[in-house]
Design a protein around this ligand. Structure first.
Ligand code: ZN
Length: 329
């Protein structure tokens, strides 16, 4: 047949081109997707920042995400808007997110853990957290549709967890899970302090450690995903509104691209069947891959260890702070 030779050549060339890529390799490097979420808006450290600083930080963070066309849902604690003389500017920082096409969700009014207060008190915190964000979304023809649990605390017993979920559903919310988390908030406080003091050496050391730990977290949860599901479902990354991300989120995004990730909306990530997996986890807040593994009776082992020197420096700063507050999460 006249065409057999070209076909053979094409097949041979394709074979050569594809030879180094086993199906498993292709699965793990070219089919990955991830949704980016940014918590504690307008800023994790809003209580110790001026409105001008929050606005500068937001402009830089939103600018990078917008330039790179990354879909993002940001989660708001409206209590952080109420500082005398600064309310308008703090709301302006939130509105920058929606003006740039990003979606906002509810992270409760005062970052209240469902594991620390009664269900009724927590539900009131959810409702209080809706006021301004709903208005900003409505101006851009959007509705509030996601809630992120503060500290990822989703209930200490199954009855509370299910009742909270029913309440959220009745108010039009989907719970926004996370699967990847490298504790950027823990780095952020130490980074802020180094930034204020102009200690560029420490800033660089922190960024390098943050990216390295992030890589460990990605590797670990990519493998746990394959172990649990036989493939890697779309991941959901937890980041926070802070200067560390404003200055360096581009490097996190680059790291993700190099691992073969494309960026998808939270809605698209949640449409994967993995997110409907049985989940009966109760206890201290943790990621959803941990939920699913524990529900199957296989608690995750050998999770990446967070660098102790960063924890030590963070604790030292908290001791020095005039009004130490709980770490944002
Ligand atoms: Zn938070």
């Amino acid at each position: 047949m006249p065409s057999s030779r070209p076909r053979y050549l094409i097949a041979l060339l394709c074979g050569l081109l594809l030879a180094p890529y086993s199906p498993a390799f292709a699965q793990s490097t070219s089919q990955r997707s991830i949704a980016i979420t940014v918590d504690d808006l307008p800023a994790g450290a809003a209580n110790s920042m001026t409105a001008a600083d929050i606005l500068d930080m937001t402009r830089k963070l939103v600018g990078t995400l917008h330039d790179q066309k990354i879909p993002v849902v940001g989660f708001v604690n409206e209590q952080k808007l109420y500082k005398i003389g600064e309310v308008d500017d703090r709301i302006k920082a939130l509105s920058l997110w929606v003006e740039h096409g990003f979606e906002l969700g509810n992270h409760t009014f005062a970052h209240t853990s469902l594991n620390r207060v009664t269900l009724q008190a927590w539900e009131e915190e959810v409702i209080r957290g809706e006021t301004v964000t709903r208005l900003l979304l409505a101006q851009h023809k959007m509705k509030m549709r996601y809630l992120r649990h503060p500290y990822l605390d989703a209930g200490l017993d199954l009855q509370t967890r299910r009742e909270a979920e029913a309440f959220l559903s009745s108010r039009g919310y989907h719970v926004a899970p996370i699967t990847m988390d490298a504790w950027d908030w823990m780095y952020a406080g130490v980074y802020d302090d180094a930034r204020k003091r102009g200690d560029t050496e420490l800033q660089q050391k922190l960024v390098s450690s943050y990216l390295s730990h992030t890589t460990d977290v990605f590797e670990y949860y990519e493998k746990l995903s394959r172990d649990l599901f036989g493939y890697e479902p779309p991941q959901i990354l937890l980041l926070h509104g802070n200067w560390l991300e404003a200055d360096h989120i581009g490097e996190v995004l680059e790291l993700l691209r190099k691992r073969g990730y494309k960026f998808v909306t939270l809605e698209e990530a949640l449409s994967d069947g993995a997110y409907s997996s049985p989940d009966e986890y109760v206890g201290e807040g943790t990621g959803w891959l941990d939920h699913w593994a524990i529900t199957r009776g296989k608690p995750p082992q050998n999770t990446p260890v967070f660098p102790q020197w960063v924890i030590d420096r963070s604790r030292e700063l908290h001791r020095q702070a005039p009004n130490p507050t709980a770490a944002p999460y």
